[in-house]
Each structure stands twice: as C-alpha cells, then as structure tokens.
Write a protein that binds this ligand. Structure first.
Ligand code: A3P
Length: 286
C-alpha cells in the first residue's frame, strides 16, 4: 500500500503524516559529526553506506562484517527505524531516499548544525532497470508482477515510490552546489575510479586515511566482495525474495541496454535533455 508523506510517495511500514514517528523525524537532532547518506533508490546507496561507515570506524572491515548495515544505519523514513535514532551512539549514521525539501524540519531549519550529507546519483536508465528488479523482489513493493514496459511507464510518469527521478536528482544537485556540507557523487565515477572516489569521500568527511587503507576499502567494497558479504547483501532480509532477484544483482553500468527498446530510449532521452536543460548535470550511460 502506498501513501504520501511530505509530498513523497512512500510504501507500507514508512512514515505517516501526523504520527508520533513523523514527530521524531521532524525533530531529529543531529550534529556536525553525524552523517546522512541520501539518494534516489537503486543508485548505489548501500555501497556508499558501507564506505561511509568504514571511514567513521577506522577502516575496520572485520568489524563491519559483524553487523548488518541495517543495524549500523537508521533508515529514517521507516517507522521501525526512526525510533532508534535518539538512542544511537555517535556518530549517528542515517540513510534516506527523500527529496531535499522533505528532509526533517530540524535539518532544514538549522543551517549551522547540519551533519554532512553524502548524496549518490546514478544514470537514470540503469537506476530504472535496477528499480524494476527491486520492485519485483521486494515484498514491501508487493512483489511487482508488471512487465518492464509497464514499469518504464510508471518510472517516467512519476508513479514509483519516491516519485520523479529528475526532480530528486536536480534538486539535490542544486543544493549540493550551495551547501558545503553536501557531497554529490555519481555511481559511474565510483565504478570507474573507486580508489579516487573513496579518497574524495574521506577528504570530505575529514577522515585521515592512508593509501593502504584506501586500497583495502576498495577491495572490500567492490561488487563481488559486497555480493558475498552477508552484512551488506540483504540476503537475510525477509522483505527481499532473492529467488526473484538478489539485492546485489549485477552492479554494472549499461544494463539498461538489455531492457530499453529503441522507442523507449528515444522517449527517455528527450525527457532527459528537457529536464536536465540549464543544469550542469551529466551522466555516463556506459
Ligand atoms: P543493480 O540492480 O543494477 O545490480 P541501492 O543500494 O541504492 O539500493 O542500489 C542497489 C544497486 O547498486 C544494485 O544495482 C546493486 O547491485 C548495486 N551495487 C551495490 N553494491 C555495489 C557495489 N559495491 N558496486 C557496484 N554496484 C553495487
């Protein structure tokens, strides 16, 4: 079942307007030492979370394997998870998929105490394909039975949970240019130059990390490593039916070519040009 919270389409188990949890959400007290990982779904959130956690915990990859990411972060629009934030030990690590303007009121109102935000974006064609498989495998999304072309129409008509990809990414990108506490990353850069990107995240977070540790993190967070790591691959999640599609599915750039028809691609690229016009935002599709 879907509903709207702060203008965002959410699903079962997520915050409702006027609830006690929505109050906790709006009054969330975070400090400059805490950190938020934000994204549109299926953009490389989990990957970024693992890197961010490790940078806050001395690159201790053994320790990272002891607990699932779900326990190490709080996914704040989930009813079950927002409740744990007040009791979390610092640094509080937060995951969210909300658009910028739907962030907790406390974040939006207090420009001096904002935590750092690492935002990750992925080219929208691969994001859509990944989201299609996630819809099919996720019980919270009702184990979607539609075809790719049904899903494609949902995606471009803003019917998917979290709504319009374009508005999400363009708005976050604009705010990232104005707020120094926001780092805007791209999945394709992480994939092509992981070591450089990990270094960039470390510098942004103000974490000292030597060359050897960066290489260790690169190895630990590459797709194959994460796919076989139970602490990050959601294989124990009751929500995901891995027999339909595992959470760690392909981890590649360009899988959209196996799904988009020529006509879909033309329609999509027209929309892409139109929506990104006037921004300096670009994406690599292969
Ligand atoms: P695919 O479905 O294309 O494989 P999110 O964490 O935001 O839900 O994003 C999930 C997507 O990121 C999935 O994409 C998943 O396989 C991919 N992914 C997760 N970890 C990755 C990694 N270390 N390297 C590359 N891709 C990764």
């Amino acid at each position: 079942d879907e509903h709207v919270f702060k203008g965002v389409k959410l699903h079962d188990g997520m915050l409702h307007e006027g609830s006690e949890e929505a109050d906790i959400y709006d009054n969330l007290e975070l400090t400059v030492d805490d950190c938020i990982v934000a994204s549109y779904p299926k953009s490389g959130t989990t990957w970024t979370q693992e890197i961010v956690w490790l940078l806050h915990h001395g690159a201790d990859t053994d320790k990272a394997k002891e607990t699932t990411l779900t326990e190490r972060f709080s996914f704040i629009e989930m009813i079950q998870q927002i409740r744990k934030v007040p009791e979390m030990l610092p640094p509080k690590l937060i995951k969210t998929h909300v658009p910028y303007s739907s962030l907790p009121r406390n974040y939006l109102n207090n420009s001096t105490t904002r935590p750092k935000v690492v935002y990750i974006a992925r080219n929208p064609k691969d994001t859509a394909v990944s989201y299609f498989h996630f819809y099919r495998a996720n019980r919270a999304y009702g184990l979607y039975k539609g075809s790719w072309s049904d899903f494609f129409e949902m995606f471009i008509n803003e019917y998917t949970v979290y709504g319009c990809w374009f508005k999400h990414v363009v708005s976050w990108h604009n705010f990232a240019k104005m707020e120094p506490n926001i780092l805007f990353l791209k999945y394709e850069d992480m994939k092509k130059k992981p070591t450089e990107q990990i270094h960039k995240i470390a510098t942004f977070l103000g974490k000292d990390i030597d060359k050897e540790e960066v290489l260790k993190l690169t190895e630990h967070t590459k797709f194959e490593s994460m796919k076989s790591n139970k602490a990050v691959n959601y294989s124990s999640s009751e929500r995901i039916d891995a027999s339909v599609s595992p959470f760690m599915r392909k981890g590649q750039i360009g899988d959209w070519k196996n799904y988009f028809t020529v006509a879909q691609n033309e329609r999509f690229m027209m929309m892409y040009e139109e929506k990104l016009k006037g921004t300096d935002l670009t994406f690599e599709f292969e």
